[in-house]
Design a protein around this ligand. Structure first.
Ligand code: SF4
Length: 161
């Protein structure tokens, strides 16, 4: 299943725009100013998204450290817009899969913003080169390398709080 041929959806939320087939249209990129505007709307209308600090937590991107998605086939994805399998619950314990995910810097370290919507380097290096046009989800071993591993494991940070 590829995603490039899917049409752009003007009504989509900013975080999903880039992944819905707009890769070749830079004007569709989510900018810092877009997210700032989104934050203003949150405050003005008391809206809540998964990036809204709440319950005493301000985690930034919550992929893996705050939530993950599981497909009907058992693949665990870091977030619903990132079609990378961290492992499969039918073949190994979920705890091991989550730990594997937290071992990557994008998920084990604090990310201030949405990496798939705003981080151009992540977009080019990971999504464009390793995921697009591949059968989905792509195994994390085929997407991430040692370069992508965290030097600050999430559990270390939690224990120090
Ligand atoms: S990458 Fe993080 S911030 Fe972006 S949609 Fe996924 S969970 Fe949300």
């Amino acid at each position: 299943m590829g995603t490039r041929s899917r049409p752009c959806n003007d009504g989509a939320l900013p975080t999903s725009v880039r992944y819905e087939g707009c890769i070749d249209n830079n004007s569709r990129e989510v900018q810092g100013s877009d997210l700032y505007y989104f934050r203003q709307l949150e405050q003005k209308y008391r809206l809540f998204s998964h990036l809204t600090p709440g319950y005493g937590l301000d985690m930034g991107c919550i992929a893996v450290k705050g939530m993950f998605s599981v497909t009907q086939f058992g693949d665990v994805l870091p977030c619903p817009y990132m079609h990378v399998s961290l492992g499969n619950i039918f073949s190994e314990p979920l705890q091991d899969i989550v730990q594997r995910g937290l071992g990557y810097k994008y998920f084990g370290e604090r990310m201030e913003t949405c990496v798939i919507a705003q981080d151009r380097n992540f977009f080019k290096k990971i999504l464009e080169n390793k995921i697009y046009d591949k059968p989905l989800p792509v195994a994390c071993a085929d997407v991430f390398t040692d370069e992508d591993k965290t030097k600050i494991p999430f559990n270390t940070v939690m224990k120090s709080l």
